[in-house]
Design a protein around this ligand. Structure first.
Ligand code: MV4
Length: 447
């Protein structure tokens, strides 16, 4: 087992990792920017090293400074959390070159899933259902149009370097194809330095359902069932839940097997997520694979009683996974509490928290790094807490979530709490019958 893990992250996930390290008897090193001097991850880690000024590029993305911090403190592993360097192949490789274990995917695995057209081709070859479309990148507008005519409109052009909706264009008829092609190429070239595009049949009103997997160094892969992440606004997830209201035990087994098959095909090591779109007929298609621990991992932990960070650390240290799969024993839901004003286009609302009270009681978990008197810096992600609720049924979870949201006090800044309270009362949400378009029709004006 590792003696000392450096956590190359901040905020709630840095704290989350420190907590598990403590339980495992592993020492921790926090790194922090000058904007985060007063953060809890700095206080709760065994050691802390300042790695630069507030701008992420100069601190949490500064590979040299982070490697130096690991060398100076004698850390034998680095946990990257999510975001920042968690899916950076170069960083994974540099850690390996320095003899520091990167608690995450190898550079080869990150690269193979980071290029979306390649990822899709890999999954297709492995026998995982993929969305009908081009095999690999498109060579020309003409080829794209020909394929689109064959499949029938609407279709969607996607950037191979994309993800999270950037460089993506829906095309509803042939007249629009060329402009969409040019726009998507331009946007992805500017954003990613890679303008490769691939084409898919557009799946209308899908659900976004992902399977949590974990693989070890011996080729074993287990899955831990699904998370339903259909409640998103502009590709930002706001609520996640498990089990999915639309997943039957049969579909769970099929999607779980597909995810495991895909992960085995790349000898995947560590925690990962295989994202699927599920259409209204219950057909599912591979979309992307995330080679990191995700924000919403706690809902899976609550329903499977499995500490995913602990398992990540164990497999990185060379321990095997069981190879058996886990099905939900409970229901769980997470509301992301962001320092944003939901009544004003979710505009960021950084600043000082003048008064804070966390809800409590049975079935409540809060993963957060904030405290009363804490100032949220404007430089980073606006998520300040995750309210994770578990219970015996979806109805119980929603009732408990609403109660917890009403008990939550955060003063001095705007938060997404009023949005979540309204959502918990929404008949469409409560029915469980919604798609990724759900929030497009939501009235935020009275929040
Ligand atoms: C799609 C799609 C429909 N059909 N692909 C959005 C982000 C990126 N990861 C892929 N996305 C989508 N791909 C096909 N062939 C619809 C979306 C999509 C979406 C997916 C999941 C959750 C929310 C979404 C919101 C808009 C579009």
């Amino acid at each position: 087992m590792f003696k000392k893990i450096l956590i190359a992250n901040r905020g709630e996930i840095a704290l989350r990792i420190i907590r598990t390290c403590r339980e495992m008897g592993v020492k921790t090193v926090a790194v922090y920017s000058t904007a985060d001097r007063d953060s809890l991850h700095v206080r709760f880690a065994d050691e802390a090293v300042c790695i630069g000024p507030p701008a992420s590029r100069l601190s949490y993305l500064n590979i040299q400074n982070i490697i130096s911090a690991a060398e100076v403190t004698g850390a034998d592993a680095i946990h990257p959390g999510y975001g920042f360097l968690s899916e950076n192949a170069e960083f994974s490789q540099i850690c390996a070159d320095y003899g520091i274990k990167f608690i995450g995917a190898t550079a080869a695995q990150i690269n193979s899933m980071g290029d979306k057209a390649t990822a899709k081709a890999t999954m297709r070859t492995a026998g995982v259902p993929v969305i009908p479309g081009s095999v690999g990148l498109l060579d020309s507008v003409a080829q794209g149009k020909e394929l689109a005519a064959e499949m029938g409109y609407p279709v969607i052009l996607k950037a191979t370097a994309g993800g999270g909706g950037r460089g993506m264009r829906i095309v509803t008829k042939e007249d629009e194809f060329e402009k969409a092609w040019n726009d998507a190429r331009q946007e992805s070239g500017a954003a990613f330095g890679n303008d490769g595009l691939y084409l898919e049949k557009f799946v209308e009103e899908p659900r976004h359902i992902e399977i949590q997997i974990i693989g070890d160094q011996f080729g074993n892969v287990s899955h831990l069932s699904e998370r339903d992440c259909s409640i998103q606004r502009r590709h930002q997830k706001l609520v996640e839940e498990t089990p999915s209201p639309i997943i039957t035990p049969e579909l769970r087994e099929k999607m779980g097997d597909a995810a495991v098959k895909g992960a085995r095909a790349i000898a995947y090591e560590g925690a990962g997520t295989v994202e699927f779109l599920v259409d209204k007929h219950g057909n599912f298609f591979f979309m992307e694979m995330n080679t990191r621990i995700q924000v919403e991992h706690p809902i899976t932990e609550e329903v499977t009683d499995f500490d995913l960070i602990k398992e990540q650390i164990k497999v990185a240290a060379g321990e095997p996974v069981s190879g058996k799969n886990y099905t939900p024993k409970l229901f769980a839901m997470e509301c992301r509490i962001n320092a944003e004003d939901p009544g004003n286009g979710f505009r960021p609302s950084p600043g000082k928290i003048t008064n804070l009270h966390f809800p409590g009681g049975h079935g409540i978990r809060i993963d957060s790094h904030v405290y009363s008197g804490y100032t949220i810096p404007p430089n980073y992600d606006s998520m300040i807490a995750k309210l994770i609720v578990s219970g015996q049924s979806r109805e119980e979870v929603i009732t408990r979530m609403k109660r917890a949201l009403q008990e939550f006090v955060i003063e001095g800044i705007k938060t997404t709490i009023p949005f979540h309270i309204k959502l918990m009362d929404d008949a469409g949400f409560r029915s469980g019958n919604f798609t990724t378009k759900f929030l497009e029709g939501f009235d935020f004006s009275d929040l």
